[in-house]
Design a protein around this ligand. Structure first.
Ligand SMILES: [Zn+2]
Length: 235
């Protein structure tokens, strides 16, 4: 390995053959091994790439050995392609800094993929909660912070409230409020949510919408004896 070579930029640093690059960048899962510290050390020694930089293939799953780094993570105008970016946005093994970059993507469809990615960090989800285009999806994410769910729980868009009512992180007091929502789909999600209290579920048994009442009756958090008593009283 020629240790005299150094790289100060991100362009034109394609010094490896594809097979060499492949052996460097492919981990057990086939990609994105950059998160391993040991592997990072190896890559740094072998490549002389600047810190905080990855191979195009590590970040985007392209198999390409060129070096990419912040702020653009792109080394030419057409690589990675839009398809590579979309696929990384939805891939749970994509490094968090790349998800952060993609969260600012101008394409609404790419931001949606990041918002639905199970590995999306809470800080990005919080930032997304101010994005009208993806807020409805963010509130369904299991890692969506409670502070965000609370802030948007009175959102004028019912699909946002619908998502908060379905989220298992939502608290019993929020679900009690959703059980009185004017939109039956919001009430329906509160009736299905196991975080709802028995008292909330009992009141939903009498909901004007039969689907809501059925969901409350089927909720595992409603004690069976309570349901039997309610049914006896209302038969
Ligand atoms: Zn590339």
């Amino acid at each position: 390995m020629d240790r005299r070579r150094t790289h100060t930029g991100t362009a034109g640093s394609n010094q490896y053959t594809k097979s060499q690059a492949g052996s460097l960048i492919k981990g057990p899962g086939g990609r994105a091994t950059a998160k391993s510290p040991a592997n990072n050390t190896l890559l740094t020694q072998l490549s002389d790439r600047p810190p905080q930089h990855y191979r195009c293939g590590e970040v985007w799953g392209t198999g390409c050995p060129a070096v990419v780094g912040p702020p653009t993570w792109i080394h030419t105008q057409d690589h990675p392609t839009a398809d590579h970016q979309s696929s990384a946005a939805g891939d749970e093994s994509t490094p968090p800094e790349i998800l952060e970059y993609l969260s600012r993507h101008e394409e609404h469809s790419v931001r949606l993929l990041v918002a639905g990615n199970r590995s999306c960090p809470p800080a990005i989800l919080e930032q997304f909660s101010y994005d009208e285009d993806v807020r409805w999806l963010v509130v369904r994410h299991p890692a969506c912070p409670l502070v965000v769910l609370r802030r948007v729980s009175h959102d004028p868009h019912s699909d946002v409230r619908w998502g908060v009512a379905a989220n298992l992180t939502s608290t019993p007091d929020m679900l009690e409020e959703f059980s009185h929502d004017r939109d039956f789909q919001v009430r329906w999600r509160a009736a299905q949510n196991p975080a709802s209290l028995p008292a909330t579920l009992v009141s939903l048994l009498a909901d004007e919408n039969p689907n809501v009442a059925r969901a409350a009756a089927a909720n595992p958090s409603l004690p069976r004896p309570l349901l039997a008593m309610w049914q006896l009283a209302h038969s």
